[in-house]
Design a protein around this ligand. Structure first.
Ligand code: PMP
Length: 431
């Protein structure tokens, strides 16, 4: 496969963009090749700057549940554009979006729109601190909640890829209030509560971890967090930026039947446009400015075009619940195909999956927390990634990200990827 134009673009980009990219994982550092520059996408396929085509399993890291360029996102967008792209005033469509999110999540009575997942989690934590009057909070090792200072402490995603669990530029003063527990380990949370009695404002968790590969919650883990936070007077925040409208319409809280105090969402709710939101009970949300003392704002928050494309997406999902059956069935077949290939080739690997999210780890250990993830052989993953890319499969260019399947992925796409996976694993087995 020829990547000459991508290489030229990368060289040009490196002069004017740090590392040549606007988000670290796009640099392909972890897979030992120059990054591929995307040109366009349609359905399950993307075409790069050299006109190579791939079946895309990144799906913009989650937003594109209908695949690329679907008419569902764009319906009537011309009309929305003609009305204006931003006003700095309230608009009706923001109310419609808030009503749609409140309808989707029984735990949410009010919601505030923001422009990214990072803003959503940062604001939710500020709100939890303002509401409880406490300063510390708990997050889990390997979970990623965006790049605000207090959340860049032992986080996953791009920071793991680059071996910098704690970013430079985050002060010790900030980091000291972020307590880090082990995913799927309630005792680690209990210990932190015991050591910091009455000081913990909230626990924030990805209800299905999607930034250290994919790690589903063990039975009882989320229930235990719900119980413990209630007992300790702390809020429970579900970061559903990935899982919201993906693992089920009502997110992981619907799938597992647990109501958090605050919920953060992003990705799918913008239909491909930059967006985020956080919400919860009116009593807690009332703490936000302009009515309450917790400040939070945004010039482009509730942007009409993002709301329009997001609502197109959510309305379709609500009207077509079978979308989840199709996406989940395709993801299940993909995971089972990979598992059969692992068995047949004898390569040391495991597949984790929850609904439409999955990950393949090159380890023989069970992967249920960050230490399990770290047993995966990232050199082998890089080799696997390059082989799959050459055969026309765009997998995550990092062991620490998940595979996303969309409604646009056909059975034929999935079967081809399974067959390619077999060839890649056979080559790995042969050394
Ligand atoms: N929370 C989770 C669970 C995420 O996966 C991400 C990004 N992948 C974020 C927050 C941050 O979202 P954004 O990149 O839109 O700032």
């Amino acid at each position: 496969m020829n990547h000459e134009r991508s290489k030229k673009l990368y060289a040009r980009a490196k002069k004017v963009i740090p590392g040549g990219v606007n988000s670290p994982v796009r640099a392909f550092k972890n897979v030992g090749i120059a990054p591929v520059f995307a040109d366009h996408g349609k359905g399950s396929q993307i075409t790069d700057a050299d006109q190579n085509t791939y079946t895309d399993y990144i799906c913009s890291w989650g937003p594109l549940i209908f695949g690329h360029g679907s008419d569902i996102y764009y319906q009537d967008v011309d009309r929305a554009l003609a009305k204006g792209t931003t006003f700095g005033l309230a608009t009706e469509i923001e109310v419609e979006m808030a009503e749609t999110l409140v309808d989707a999540f029984p735990s949410v009575e009010q919601v505030r729109m923001v422009n990214s997942g990072t803003e959503a989690t940062m604001s939710a934590i500020r709100l939890a601190r303002g509401y409880t009057g406490r300063e510390k909070f708990i997050k889990f090792e390997g979970c990623y909640h965006g790049h605000s200072d207090s959340l860049l402490v032992k986080s996953g995603s791009g920071t793991l890829t680059f071996g910098e669990p704690t970013s430079a530029g985050v002060t010790r003063g900030t980091a000291k209030d972020t307590l880090v527990a082990t995913y799927n380990d309630l005792d680690s949370v209990k210990a932190l509560f015991a050591e910091n009695k009455g000081e913990i404002a909230c626990v924030i968790v990805e209800p299905v971890a999607g930034n250290m590969g994919v790690v589903p919650p063990n039975p009882g883990f989320l229930e235990g967090l719900r119980e413990m936070t209630r007992e300790e007077g702390a809020l429970l925040i579900f970061d559903e930026v990935i899982t919201g409208f993906r693992v089920a319409y009502g997110g992981a809280q619907e799938l597992f039947g647990i109501q958090p105090d605050l919920t953060t969402v992003g990705k799918i709710i913008g239909g491909g446009m930059p967006v985020g939101a956080f919400g919860g009970p009116a009593e807690i949300m009332a703490m936000l400015a302009p009515d309450g003392p917790v400040y939070q704002a945004g010039t482009l928050s509730g942007n009409p075009i993002a709301m329009h494309m997001g609502l197109n997406t959510l309305r379709y999902l609500k009207a077509h619940p079978e979308t989840y059956d199709v996406v989940n069935a395709r993801a299940k077949r993909l995971a089972e195909g990979f598992e059969a290939n692992i068995k047949a080739t004898g390569v040391k690997a495991v597949v984790n999956r929850c609904a439409g999210m999955s990950a393949l780890f090159f380890t023989d250990q069970k992967v249920e927390n960050f230490s399990g993830v770290m047993t995966s052989d990232t050199e082998v993953y890089a080799n696997y990634f390059r082989k799959m890319l050459d055969m026309g499969n765009m997998l995550p260019p990092s062991q620490y990200e998940g595979i996303f399947v969309s409604l646009a992925h056909t059975e034929a796409d999935i079967e081809k990827t399974i067959a390619d996976n077999r060839k890649a694993l056979e080559a790995i087995a042969e050394g």
